[in-house]
Design a protein around this ligand. Structure first.
Ligand SMILES: [Zn+2]
Ligand SMILES: [Zn+2]
Length: 73
């Protein structure tokens, strides 16, 4: 059984996506999530999952920067 995906952009749980539906499904190269072609294009081909991962990375980078700050006294 192939594993189905729900498009995270429109969250249509009734429309299960399969990676082999090349005519309507795109797969993110980075996180391998599947989205509707239309939805993905509407988001200017930005993967919402990768955006989340990216913003989390930035946040944790900022946090570690803060803890590593040397305060000259
Ligand atoms: Zn969609
Ligand atoms: Zn992605």
């Amino acid at each position: 059984m192939a594993k189905g995906f729900i498009c995270e952009i429109c969250n249509n749980s009734k429309d299960i996506l399969f990676p082999f539906q090349f005519d309507k499904v795109v797969r993110c190269n980075h996180c391998h999530s599947c989205y509707h072609n239309n939805c993905y294009n509407k988001r200017n081909k930005n993967c919402p999952k990768c955006e989340r991962i990216e913003s989390r990375k930035l946040k944790s980078m900022a946090a570690s920067e803060q803890t590593n700050v040397d305060i000259p006294e």
